[in-house]
Design a protein around this ligand. Structure first.
Ligand code: ATP
Length: 307
C-alpha cells in the first residue's frame, strides 16, 4: 500500500437512483427475488470525505437531513466497504475516518446507503493508492449490496439477477423529475414481504416493458411516462396508503407520470420540461403532502472524485 502521508482527504460524490422499470419475479429459496430493472441515476447526492486514521479504525460521522437514522458503527456500509477493500487489495489493518454528508433520503428507495458504499470504495482506493480497476470495484460492490454496482456506474443501466448484473443503456437527453420525500421510512424487506402476499404466483417471465429502451434512446419524456413500471408499487401503497394521495396531487399538478421509487416511500414525478418541473415542485410543496420536495434531473454520473 502506498504511503498516504501528505494526502489530506479525498472527496467523492455519489448520486441516488430511481428505477424506471422494476419487474419482480417469484421469491427464490435463498430469499432473493429475481429482478429485471432499468436504473437511472439522478442529481440528488451524498458527499463523502475520507482521511487517514489509525490502523483498523473507521470512525464515521454523518451530517445532513435524517443523519440520526444512519448508523455510524460497523453496520454502516462505508465501514463494510473499507474493511473489504483493505482485505482484498490493501493492508488488512488499514483505517480511515469517513465523513458523510447526506442528501439522499434514508430508507427512501433511492439506494442512499449503496451510494455511500460506492463512494467509499472509490475514495478509499485513492486515499490508500490501491492498484484496483473499475471492474474489480464492481465485483467488490456486488458483495456489499445489490445496488452498489449501479451506484459506481451511474447513468442508465439494465440490471438482472439481484439487479447487479448490469449493462449500460443508451439514453439521450436529460429527464426532469420532482421527488417527494416522505416523513416516514419503508423497509425494503417489508415491501418485498407484502409483494409476496399480494402476488402468491408472480410470473417468472421477467423483462422490461416493450419500447422502454427505444424510448430512452429517443429522449422523449412523454413516451417514457407511458412505459414506467414498478411491480413493488402496489405493495408500497398497501403498506402506506397515504402515498396514493401524494401521487394524485402530483398528477393534478401536471406531472406526466408518478411512480414509487424502488421500494418507496419516495415518489418520483416525471415532468415534460425543466419549467414544468419547477411549476410542479412549487405546487407539490404547497399541497403539503410530503416532508420535502426536490427537483432533480437524470441521468448523471456514478460515484466520482471531486476537487
Ligand atoms: P434500497 O433502495 O437500496 O433498499 P434505501 O434507499 O431504501 O435502499 P438506504 O438509505 O440505503 O435505503 O438505507 C437502508 C438501511 O441501511 C438504513 O436503515 C440504514 O440503517 C442502513 N445503512 C447503512 N449504511 C448506510 C448509509 N451510509 N446511509 C444510509 N443508510 C445506511
Amino acid at each position: 500500500m502506498a504511503d498516504v502521508r501528505g494526502i489530506d482527504g479525498v472527496r467523492v460524490r455519489a448520486s441516488g437512483k430511481i428505477n424506471l422499470a422494476l419487474r419482480v419475479g417469484p421469491r427464490r429459496s435463498d430469499g432473493y427475488h429475481p429482478l429485471a430493472t432499468v436504473f437511472q441515476s439522478v442529481s440528488v447526492y451524498d458527499d463523502l470525505e475520507v482521511r487517514p486514521a489509525p490502523p483498523g479504525e473507521f470512525p464515521v460521522t454523518v451530517t445532513g437531513a435524517q443523519a440520526d437514522l444512519v448508523p455510524t458503527d460497523g453496520r454502516n456500509l462505508v465501514v463494510k466497504a473499507g474493511r473489504l477493500l483493505a482485505e482484498a487489495y490493501g493492508s488488512p489493518d488499514a483505517g480511515a475516518a469517513i465523513a458523510i454528508r447526506k442528501s439522499i433520503p434514508v430508507t427512501g428507495g433511492m439506494a442512499g446507503g449503496s451510494a455511500d458504499c460506492a463512494a467509499a470504495l472509490v475514495a478509499l482506493s485513492v486515499l490508500w493508492d490501491l492498484d484496483v480497476t473499475q471492474s474489480e470495484l464492481l465485483d467488490l460492490g456486488k458483495q456489499l449490496g445489490a445496488d452498489v454496482p449501479f451506484s459506481l456506474m451511474g447513468q442508465t443501466a439494465y440490471g438482472i439477477g439481484r439487479g447487479d448484473d448490469l449493462v449500460p443503456v443508451l439514453s439521450r437527453g436529460s429527464y426532469h423529475w420532482v421527488l417527494a420525500f416522505a416523513d416516514f421510512e419503508l423497509s425494503t424487506p417489508a415491501v418485498f414481504a407484502r409483494f409476496d402476499e399480494l402476488n402468491p404466483d408472480p410470473s417468472p417471465a421477467l423483462g422490461v416493458p416493450t419500447g422502454m429502451l427505444e424510448t430512452l434512446a429517443s429522449g422523449d419524456a412523454t413516451a417514457l411516462a407511458g412505459v414506467l413500471v414498478n411491480d413493488l408499487q402496489p405493495a408500497a401503497l398497501s403498506l402506506r396508503p397515504e402515498l396514493s394521495k401524494t401521487m394524485a396531487e402530483g398528477m393534478d399538478a401536471g406531472a406526466l407520470a408518478s411512480m414509487v421509487s424502488g421500494s418507496g416511500p419516495t415518489i418520483a414525478f416525471l415532468a415534460s420540461s425543466e419549467e414544468a418541473a419547477i411549476d410542479l415542485s412549487f405546487r407539490l410543496s404547497a399541497a403539503d403532502v410530503c416532508r420535502t420536495v426536490r427537483r432533480v434531473s437524470g441521468p448523471v454520473q456514478g460515484a466520482k472524485l471531486v476537487a
